[in-house]
Ligand binder design. Sequence first.
Ligand code: 9Z3
Length: 353
Amino acid sequence: RPRCIDAAAGVLSVDRETETLRISNDSRGTCIAGICHLSLTMASHWEEFYTTHLPPTDFEDNRILLKEFCDRHNKTGQRIVLITSGGTTVPLEHNTVRFVDNFSAGTRGAASAEYFLEHSYAVIFMHRLKSLEPFTRHFSGQKFMDMLELLDQGPNTTITVKPDSVDVLAPVLASYKNAQEGGRILYVTFTTVADYFWLLRAACECLAVFETKAVLFLAAAVSDFYVPSNEMPTHKIQSGAGAPTIQLQLVPKLLAPLVNLWVPHAFIVSFKLETDESILIVKARDSLNKYKHKLVIGNMLQTRRQKVVFVTKDSSYEVVLKREEILNGMEIEDPIVSNVIASHSEFLKTHQY
Ligand code: 9Z3
């Protein structure tokens, strides 16, 4: 960017961890003209990932949908959030029979989408195919069928909602219709980690126009390990050949290009999932220091529905549901989203262009 080139009288340094270049005006690495990041000429891990993994078959269709959605909402000066939700898979064969999966039902993402809509944000809901979705998540399994009554079987068949289910269905249906009719939610899906990579970059390219008005709420559970495409067998691994040895490699971290190159002005929130409480805050803070985004929300697998910890550059605080709140059906995504929006509003006060 020209702003960076003007500053090029300083020192150029390569940050190998985030795969970016930094231009500083002194040897301590203090930045001039903001932090300037340029792509390395040498292909980085994440760039290599895109060259070795083909886009999903529905990629172009999704790109068009994303562009249309973003352009429409950007015209109205609307705030927007990209929510990623659900786990990514790592196929073990090109014609995939087996795959490694990441834990996530999609509850966090689907519930949060509803709360962001309530706060008038436009929502891109980028989720794992068949994971939970906003609104319908309330009636998964047989719940929906159990709410209906089949009155007359024959030519005059009527289906009605049971009287005691109306109170449950009506508010959800009203919110759903409101979001749908206002065209305020776009659903796009991924399955594999490669699908996720392609879709996330395309979404960011469309979101960049929102600058500070965009929030990225990265709740999807993304694979850390994968089998590179060129090392994967074409056909189903045969058990007759004995137990296979599968060598997994590290998935490149997309937060680096996302924060530095794709949506450098957006308000970026990532999630950190751990099972050992003693390392949660340390890992969340490491992530913030490394990628320099705005907020990491840490959660433990075992207690994620009751407690999360917000970790920022200079503070950390817990958001916890009380026992009565849980009994009253309150969801932790409600205060999570309220807190994120309050921080986004604060951020907008000081970072509006
Ligand atoms: C989370 O921590 C989410 O909160 C959960 C939500 C997956 C626990 P559910 O869908 O669960 O409600 O069942 N997401 C993990 C995000 C993640 O994988 N982060 C990566 C990392 O920590 C990179 S951003 O390295």
